[in-house]
Design a protein around this ligand. Sequence first.
Ligand code: IPD
Ligand code: CA
Length: 262
Amino acid sequence: MVGSANLNVMIKTARMAGRALAKDFREVENLQVSMKGPGDFVSRADTNAEKIIREELMTARPTYGWLGEESDAVEGEDPTRRWIVDPLDGTTNFLHGMPHFAVSIALEHKGQIVAGVVYDPSKDELFFAEKGTGAWLNESRLRVSGRNRLIESVFATGLPFGGSPNLPDLLQDLARLLPATAGVRRWGAAALDLAYVAAGRYEGFWERGLNPWDIAAGLIIVREAGGLVEPIDPKGDIMDDGNILCANEAIFDQFAKIIRNT
Ligand code: IPD
Ligand code: CA
């Protein structure tokens, strides 16, 4: 697959940051047993990955804007384009020595996501897509699954933690969904949840209260793999409220009906 110059910069950058994270992840396993734990070390690994990404992208495209999880947003000289970046999605997994985390880089143009890269360095899986040219996992073209029976379908979500206000809604979703499906997974990295829907591993995914950097890259990867992505409340705005619902086309309506309770 030959991508645009922008996509190539995004891929090179995601691999570079991914390599740095993978190296730090090996350290986390040693720190796990110390009294202090790996907390400070992980936040340094996270900040360091964002620094690598920011330097690479802002050097390659100095006029673009920036929205990242770990540093201040920047409005670019070109106000129509900005990078949306999560240097380490799946931080809790990383902190606990679980190899399921990713670098997520998206490019937005005039309010639309036009390219996305999600890189999982532990499995060397690079998911990427560009508007109109399909979605890919390494060298293979991606397609959402064709399953159309809920009882054979597996879904992913994020479980609210801390004092999240989304817990009551989620518990009700699960009460309606679990009896009707083959199961629900919570693996702790929203960018990878979306990429897995694109890859046909999950039939669908939903979560409330995500941030733009959790979603931006995965969103275009799902759409380019043939999946449907909508706000949970049809009148909502995913990038604004972070409430997202996506699935393969065959199961979307049945799944959306349960999550929206309509
Ligand atoms: C988190 C992960 C997780 C989701 C959380 C996010 P982080 O991002 O994507 O799956 O449930 O809501 O905040 O903190 O690991 O970058
Ligand atoms: Ca995240």
